[in-house]
Design a protein. Structure first.
Length: 59
């Protein structure tokens, strides 16, 4: 599993509330939901390349 990098993130309260509700619907933490949304956006834009043996899912 790749190492995780911690960093502070400031978001608008409305955005956070929407992410929180979405994460609850998907049974994820808010942090996991943010990571999922970012990963999907990167994958769809062709900016996330799956290295051999990677655990990055391509749903």
């Amino acid at each position: 599993m790749p190492a995780k990098k911690s960093f502070p993130l400031r978001v608008n309260e409305d955005i956070y509330d929407a992410l929180r509700r979405w994460s609850e619907d998907e049974l994820r933490s808010v942090n996991a939901q943010i990571e999922y949304v970012l990963r999907e956006a990167l994958r769809k834009s062709g900016r996330l390349h799956k290295p051999p043996g990677s655990s990055v899912r391509e749903d």
